[in-house]
Design a protein around this ligand. Structure first.
Ligand code: ADP
Ligand code: F6P
Length: 324
């Protein structure tokens, strides 16, 4: 039976994402509005284990909705993946009177949240990652900003690529997930997109298409390569050698994780932050807030973690048709 929550903690964990501050702000202000106390846990689970815990009030989150990154900082923490680390974390929560926690992060962070829940600390997860690779939700905090940042950068590379009649390989983030690459592929009109979920490693096919497109009169050839495939610089060298077309590689890197969040990220993150507190107040635990089929919903953490997500086949096919 879930218990009543009086003091909640909030932390951000894993890779930061624009919009996390909007979520933190919504958690803090909704909680205060409902008469709860709020504590900020710095540096994710690492900060929890170090007892880096600060009191927060409405003013602690003033001037943050427009800021990228996370005001609570974030970290990865090996110790928290152990049973001893999780036990210590739950004890520290009890010591500080924290009986509910909102964890903003990705699947790894949700695994930690599930453990805290099993140890008696009511926990709610919010999906925060630029990668969009959380199966239970159609939206993750930070994806919209990151994909817009990448799109604008790729437009700029395209200008110079066309002027020099070059081939350009642009590497976007996504260690295991090709969503940023897919969306930019369509939005930037890339000639090729290489997704970890789809790429068969056949570089000769890629080379043949570049040559064929040049013969058809295309002045550039933009290849968006997801980080999960990587090796953009060496790929560029091989393509230049095989095609005779000057080829450059650009790795966009962490610039995609920073910057002022878009309206969508501020809006969705704010609603999700408020929903997380509502769930805690209703005595719920071990849930993840998601946006699915046009609605805000919540799932059991283990159920959410067992779901799988595929690159939508129709979107991938459309991306291929639109560049021919
Ligand atoms: P993300 O949350 O973005 O998927 P990570 O996979 O790096 O990022 O996970 C963030 C943190 O969550 C890890 O550093 C670790 O502290 C915690 N975590 C990950 N996996 C587990 C696990 N199986 N059990 C407990 N905590 C975990
Ligand atoms: O947060 C997701 C992500 O940006 C992935 O796309 C990327 O692979 C990873 O984090 C990089 O993490 P870091 O450089 O912070 O270790």
């Amino acid at each position: 039976m879930a218990k009543e929550v009086k003091t909640i903690g909030v932390l951000t964990s894993g890779g930061d994402a624009p919009g996390m501050n909007a979520a933190i702000r919504a958690v803090v202000r909704t909680a205060i509005n409902k008469g709860l106390k709020v504590k900020g846990i710095m540096r994710g689970y690492a900060g929890l284990l170090q007892e880096e815990i600060v009191d927060m009030d409405g003013l602690s989150v003033a001037d943050t909705i427009n800021r990228g990154g996370t005001i609570l900082y974030t970290a990865r923490c090996q110790e928290f993946t152990t049973a001893e680390g999780q036990q210590k974390g739950a004890e520290i929560c009890r010591k500080h009177g924290i009986d509910g926690i909102v964890v903003i992060g990705g699947d790894g962070s949700f695994k930690g949240a599930g453990k805290l829940s099993a140890l008696g600390i009511n926990t709610i997860g919010l999906p925060g990652t630029i990668d969009l690779d959380i199966a239970c939700t159609d939206y993750t905090i930070g994806f919209d900003t990151a994909v817009n940042t990448a799109m604008e950068a790729i437009d700029r590379v395209r200008d110079t690529s066309t002027s020099h009649e070059r081939c350009s390989i642009i590497e976007v983030m996504g260690r295991n997930a090709g969503y940023i690459a897919l969306w930019c592929g369509i939005a930037n009109g890339a000639e090729d997109i290489l997704l970890p979920e789809k790429y068969d490693g056949d570089e000769q096919k890629l080379i043949n298409r570049i040559i064929e497109n040049r013969k058809r009169g295309k002045r550039h050839h933009i290849i968006i390569n997801a980080e999960g495939i990587g090796h953009s610089a060496s790929m560029a060298k091989r393509i230049e050698a095989a095609t005779g077309i000057e080829t450059r590689a650009t790795i966009l890197g962490h610039m995609q994780r920073g910057g002022t969040p878009t309206c969508k990220d501020r809006m969705y993150a704010s609603i999700m932050g408020a929903k997380a507190v509502e769930l805690l107040v209703a005595g719920k635990s071990n849930r993840v807030v998601a946006y699915k089929g046009g609605e805000y919903v919540d799932f059991d953490i283990q159920e959410a973690l067992s779901m799988t997500k595929q690159i939508p086949e129709d979107q991938y096919e459309i991306s291929r048709i639109l560049v021919r």
